[in-house]
Write a protein that binds this ligand. Structure first.
Ligand SMILES: [Zn+2]
Length: 441
């Protein structure tokens, strides 16, 4: 996908060696694997089907057969007794470079980027093992590099669609110098488009182009204030429509989708009018914004998990700075209700947790929160599979169909009948490679 030239050379020379040592590689059939699943969730229709056999070859789904299919000789069988198979999940909103804790704010001054990079290795593996074969990392300098390390097989983790550094305006939610004292601010100078801070249409274009240079896959903007930034307002609008439009138009040049963090209605409205692909959090979404989103086909990624997490932690003295605490209580406790209302209103929902706020690896709990909000379990599962692929703009994942990537997970029981089963994932395959498998019963 995004291999550096040196890697391409390595692969080419390895291929040459392989060709020399095996005289007729093209006639040797590659070993196939067959997964026997007691149930299969059809993400496209949202229906739970009965027993199926999924044949996997060279990282792709070769066929999907009803019942316990008879297989060609040499096929390796994996029997998933009592389990439901479904496409690997995608969490559309994570930050793999961080995880909130009472020291998060001072860590920003003490830790090196390398420290965050090492932490992200463990977070990536936990995320994959929980059944998330893809994530969209919406902000953090670590993510493009982590993506490359995963793709090169150096780190176990999900497929990463990386935003790199988020884009904000001065003092906005993703201004990296928020909360700095004046001397430090003076020393560093005002952050600009390279650091993700823009204040004009020209800056907006430059910031997107810089992300292209940095190797991003998607653009993230912070359309309103946020909960965890060292700033007073969580919901004031922080971009003009023209600035959002300039970002979206420039992103289009590079084939990038734009994700907009937003809590307040005005900033959300400007982001939707500016043409973003998804609204993240969407806390104070009004009926007017919902209609506009339906009209423009904008997706909603609620991140209920993060809302509940910050509202809980705000009750603990000293967990958050004083300026953050009231925002966490007020905003955090509203998201779940907004998600339920948006679903009833016909807004399209896709799955995201904002993990990195909460603990990586617990991502599937969002499904429980979605169901609690009144969203049907089958829709919540579609939100993390087929809907998520649409939001990412890819058509090779999110469903179990011939020719798609073999990203397949399984768990005991039927999660549509009993949503708690999503917490019991014990089989994880990504691109045809098994990363987790239940003990033979
Ligand atoms: Zn986030």
């Amino acid at each position: 996908m995004r291999l550096k030239p040196v890697v391409l050379i390595l692969l080419a020379s390895q291929a040459a060696v392989a060709a020399e040592s095996s005289p007729t590689p093209e006639t040797t059939p590659s070993p196939a694997q067959a997964l026997h699943c007691e149930r299969l969730f059809d993400a496209r229709s949202g229906k739970m089907l009965g027993e199926h056999t999924i044949v996997v070859r060279e990282g792709k789904i070769a066929s999907v057969l009803p019942g316990r299919a008879k297989l060609a000789d040499g096929t390796q069988s994996i029997v998933l007794t009592g389990r439901t198979c479904m496409p690997g999940w995608t969490d559309l909103h994570v930050h793999l470079g961080q995880q909130s804790n009472p020291q998060s704010y001072s860590e920003g001054f003490r830790l090196d980027p390398t420290d965050y990079a090492f932490r992200s290795v463990g977070y990536a593996e936990k995320t994959l093992m929980a059944g998330f074969t893809s994530v969209r990392d919406l902000g953090g300098g670590v993510s493009p590099h982590l993506r490359d390390a995963v793709n090169q097989g150096l780190v176990k983790g999900p497929r990463i669609f990386a935003a790199g550094k988020s884009i904000a305006t001065t003092g906005g939610h993703a201004d990296p110098t928020n909360g700095f004292n004046s001397e430090l601010e003076h020393l560093l100078g005002p952050p600009g488009p390279t650091e993700g801070v823009i204040n004009s249409i020209d800056d907006a274009r430059q910031a997107v182009r810089q992300r292209y240079k940095d190797g991003s896959d998607v653009i993230k903007i912070t359309a309103t204030g946020g909960v965890l930034s060292y700033a007073k307002s969580a919901d004031a609008p922080q971009f003009t429509v023209e600035e959002v439009r300039a970002i979206v138009e420039t992103a289009d040049d590079y084939g990038y989708k734009v994700a907009a963090h937003a809590h307040g209605a005005e900033g959300m409205k400007r982001a939707v009018l500016g043409g973003v692909t998804s609204i993240e959090h969407g806390t104070e979404m009004t009926d007017e914004v919902m209609s506009l989103m339906k009209q423009k086909g904008t997706w909603y990624v609620p991140t209920i998990y993060a809302g509940r997490f910050v509202a809980d932690k705000a009750r603990i003295d000293g967990y958050f700075p004083a300026i953050v605490r009231p925002k966490a209580i007020r905003i955090g406790s509203q998201i779940q209700q907004t998600a339920g209302r948006a679903y009833k209103n016909g807004v399209k929902l896709a799955f995201g947790t904002d993990m990195g706020v909460g603990p990586h690896g617990d991502n599937a709990r969002e499904f429980l929160y979605m169901v609690e909000a009144g969203i049907p379990a089958s829709y919540a599962l579609q939100a993390a599979t087929v809907h998520a692929a649409t939001v990412l703009g890819v058509d090779d994942q999110g469903v179990i169909e011939t020719g798609k990537r073999a990203d397949i997970i399984a768990m005991p029981g039927d999660p549509v009948a009993e949503i708690d089963n999503v917490m019991k994932v014990d089989f994880v395959m990504k691109d045809g490679v098994v990363h987790r498998q239940p003990a033979i019963e």
